[in-house]
Design a protein around this ligand. Structure first.
Ligand SMILES: [Zn+2]
Ligand SMILES: [Zn+2]
Length: 340
């Protein structure tokens, strides 16, 4: 029997279609192997082409000051401009704001062929630390209401540049979707006096059936009402509303958990295209007791079609419990790669 399941905080319904259920291994991507060079002369993110990007915002140095491990640069084709004033214009039913915003590109490694899941834990931690630094710097800007950190890996995930990179977009507004999730979490807190995420994490740790990786500070699991096969969330065990509050020890641990998970996806599903995004409290909600930040990874194994667009409901053909078991059984090293 198929089953409808409700997401515990978005309240969205998902159809877990066991009638046409697929075994997890049927989702493995079979693509002809393609050799990716370590350096591409025309790539604006490859070493030697630093002048092709707008002036650097920040960098993590390599062993000597001439080389780099991670660079942050403004997006050359940013949708929003950082040097404007987000003045609101309200005219009858129409509201507009001048296109203010910050759009950073985080170039994760000098290696054009770099793969996050195959890097060392400490390298992934370096990238996460860069996210935190930029997140905190921008959170202090009074014009900024919300910051989204994300990565698109592969064509199906919407990437246009092959060189491994992630992005940060800071906007002067909070989207309706983010606000609605906040309001649901706040309502639960008002009704039950407890963070709904903390409650769910506790239940998941007791049940264990959907847990993929757990560590001292984090737990990675397949959501009970997972909208897509292998859609995975990483939650901090400690209650924390904002990603900006992550401690140094937690960053190190998250580097390990994220790398392990991406490694499991890489080996277990044949390097699928994926998106990940950090869902954190808006800048002005740091420290609230009702929201709990998390990192969401969605492998792009299926396509969104008319039913999903029309109904706002998703159909998932892989049982989350089966996906979790499958990923638990993909053995990956303690820390892949030596330095990159
Ligand atoms: Zn490159
Ligand atoms: Zn919590």
């Amino acid at each position: 029997m198929s089953e409808l399941r409700q997401n515990f905080f978005t309240k969205e319904w998902v159809i877990i279609a066991t009638e046409r259920a697929k075994r997890p291994e049927e989702m493995v991507v079979h693509r002809p192997a393609r050799e990716i060079p370590a350096l591409v002369a025309k790539c604006p993110f490859c070493p030697g082409n630093e002048a092709q990007t707008p002036p650097e915002v920040m960098r993590v140095h390599g062993p000597d000051l001439k080389t780099w491990r991670v660079r942050v640069v403004p997006n050359k084709f940013a949708a929003l401009a950082r040097d404007s004033d987000p003045a609101r214009i309200i005219h009858r039913s129409r509201r507009t704001i001048a296109g203010f915003g910050v759009h950073d590109v985080i170039i994760e490694t000098p290696g054009h062929d770099g793969v996050l899941g195959l890097m060392s834990d400490s390298y992934v931690t370096d990238i996460l630390r860069v996210y935190k630094t930029r997140y905190l710097e921008l959170s202090h800007d009074p014009r900024i209401a919300h910051i989204t950190i994300f990565k698109n890996h592969g064509l199906d995930a919407g990437t246009s540049l092959e060189h491994p990179h992630s992005q940060l977009v800071a906007t002067p507004v909070i989207s309706w979707q983010v606000r609605q999730r906040f309001q649901e979490a706040l309502r639960h807190y008002d009704d039950f006096g407890q963070c709904i995420f903390c409650q769910s994490i506790e239940e998941e740790l007791t049940e264990q059936t959907r847990v993929v990786v757990s560590s001292e500070y984090f737990v990675a699991l397949e959501s009970f009402a997972s909208p897509a096969p292998f859609s995975t969330h990483i939650y901090p065990r400690r209650h924390m509303a904002s990603f900006g509050d992550i401690s140094s020890a937690e960053l190190t641990d998250l580097g390990h958990v994220l790398r392990s998970l991406l490694s499991k996806l890489y080996y277990g599903l044949g390097n699928p295209d994926f998106n990940f995004t950090i869902r954190s409290a808006p800048a002005e909600c740091v420290g609230v007791k009702y929201f709990h930040w998390y990192l969401s990874i969605i492998p792009r194994l299926t396509r969104v079609a008319g039913f999903e667009l029309g109904s706002g409901m998703f159909i998932n053909t892989v049982l989350p419990e089966a996906a979790a078991e499958y990923l638990r059984n993909v053995k990956v090293g303690e820390s892949a790669g030596a330095s990159a």
